[in-house]
Design a protein around this ligand. Structure first.
Ligand code: NAI
Length: 467
């Protein structure tokens, strides 16, 4: 879908005018291109200790130039560098930084934050367009001493604020390691790679939590889903079609599902991704059995299920009727529950089964006129947390992505004024593309994300409302 404003302020006098009037100046985001470098320049790695050393080894293994900075002294003195990093953090020949990674896994008290975050301050000015800031720290828990919990929680506030200061398509995100998970656990490195890459273009101000379950890095990073069979519901158009294309690009065999009325469009998508089409209303009582039967019969298995199909029936609660409320819950939530139950009860799923559900930021921040929709999407988040626990024994995971404003037919129907506001009220000052949601799902569906379960990952450009 076109964003004419972004085209207008991207060049010539439109750009000058926007600058003079202080209007939003969104830029074209760096997105995944097969074979492109992971980051658009060297990575400045801030922090000392075994965690930082392990991150340096991993980054170098991905052919990234690494500059080290051990953190500023507490009196605000000169940066203590271990490799002669210029104060502003530029790489060889003055190249702009592709990313700044903060190794914060060893912090113990709030005072430990200053030297590490302040060391990132000036180098932020040298960050390349669509550069990245990624923190790697430990999740705080009620078992932590208060000072330790405070320090760990402090990271989240600092990172979210730092992300709001970035410009030119740069983003800030973090990884929260559960106790006992090493910095270089496969899922921690998988999450780091995802957040640094163009795949995470519209993920901003977010944290991925990595637990103790094992993940596995792919032998070919361009084909992380090779050999997997994936089902995507609501795949005839919009975000669902983008998910199907992205998972197929990453090596998966696809079953695309949509209502019979969308049959022609569905077949086109199926042909494009060399997959098979299943015309099915997911609210049918036997939908789970039919999906499983199709996947087993046509592809010999089922590894990934993406619950994407969704509808809106917006009305203020004062004007809402039961038909509108019930239709939204039936498609967006009840169908997912019933299909999951059927699949989990079947005994036909392999180890490491992946469920990824599409939620919405409306389910987090709430949205006027969407009590029914927000109930369904918040319900999806509760469902994946509970399902994650059920799948853990077999190495399976359940996660959700919560898109913000994505440029689709659904959002193209919003009246112009509201649409303009909706797509600008985030740190990247633009709507996301369907592929941005698809890339996040691709990561969560991969073996690398084996340690990531029960997460809700927002793909919203750091929407102003809700966390
Ligand atoms: P869309 O309306 O363009 O596509 C939804 C697809 O689901 C359609 O092809 C439709 O036929 C299918 N579908 C609907 N009911 C079905 C049923 N009972 N059985 C099988 N298929 C069914 O919507 P869009 O924008 O692509 O959204 C996809 C998902 O992303 C939805 O869950 C939506 O709630 C969610 N979302 C979208 C956002 C956006 O900005 N577009 C923002 C946040 C979440």
């Amino acid at each position: 879908m076109a964003d004419k404003y972004t085209d207008f302020v991207s060049r010539g006098w439109g750009r000058d005018l926007a600058k003079r009037l202080g209007l939003p100046q969104p830029v074209t985001l760096r997105r995944h291109e097969p074979g492109a470098p992971l980051v658009p320049g060297p990575v400045l790695l801030i922090g000392a200790g075994p965690g930082a050393d392990a991150l340096e080894t991993a980054l170098k293994g991905w052919d990234v130039e690494v500059l080290r900075n051990l953190g500023e002294t507490h009196d605000g003195g000169a940066a203590a560098t271990s490799s002669g990093v210029p104060a502003a953090g530029a790489g060889k020949g003055g190249a702009r930084l592709g990313a700044i990674v903060l190794a914060l896994d060893g912090i113990a008290r709030p005072e430990d934050l200053s030297g590490l975050f302040l060391a990132a301050g000036r180098p932020l000015r040298s960050l390349a367009p669509s550069g990245r800031v990624v923190t790697v720290s430990r999740r705080s828990s009620t078992a932590d001493e208060p000072a330790l919990a405070a320090a760990r929680s402090g990271v989240e506030g600092a990172l979210r604020s730092l992300a709001r200061e970035l410009r030119n398509g740069a983003t800030g995100n973090g990884i929260l390691l559960a106790e006992g998970v090493p910095v270089d656990a496969p899922s921690a490195l998988g999450a780091l790679r995802f957040l640094l890459s163009g795949r995470a273009a519209y993920v901003d101000g977010q944290f991925l939590t990595v637990g103790t379950a094992k993940g596995e890095l792919p032998s070919d990073p361009e084909k992380p889903l090779a050999g997997k069979v994936a089902v995507v519901t609501g795949a005839a158009r919009g975000i669902g079609a983008a998910i199907a294309r992205t998972l197929a690009r990453d090596g998966a065999k696809l079953v695309v599902v949509d209502v019979p009325a969308a049959g022609d469009a569905l077949v086109k998508v199926a042909n494009e991704v060399r997959g098979t089409a299943l015309q099915l209303d997911i609210t049918k009582p036997d939908a789970g059995e039919r999906i499983l039967e199709h996947a087993l019969h046509r592809h010999g298995g089922l590894d990934i299920l993406v619950h994407n199909a969704g509808i809106t029936r917006d009305k203020l609660l004062a004007n809402m009727d039961a038909a509108k409320w019930d239709a939204v819950i039936a498609v967006n939530l009840a169908a997912q529950l019933r299909i999951n139950d059927a699949l989990l009860a079947s005994g036909n799923l392999g180890e490491g089964f992946r469920i990824v559900s599409v939620a919405s930021t409306s389910g987090i921040a709430g949205n006027r006129g969407q009590t029914n929709y927000a109930a369904s999407k918040a319900g999806v988040m509760g469902m994946v947390r509970s399902t994650a626990a059920r799948l853990a024994a077999t190495g399976g995971t359940a996660n959700a992505v919560a898109p913000g404003f994505i440029e689709t037919e659904m959002t193209a129907r919003i009246p112009l004024g509201m649409r303009e506001v909706g797509r600008r009220i985030n740190s990247l000052q633009q709507g996301g593309q369907p592929v941005d949601v698809a890339e996040a799902i691709g990561f969560l569906a991969s073996d690398a994300a084996g340690g990531v379960s029960g997460n809700v990952l927002r793909v919203c450009g750091q929407y102003w409302m809700g966390q």
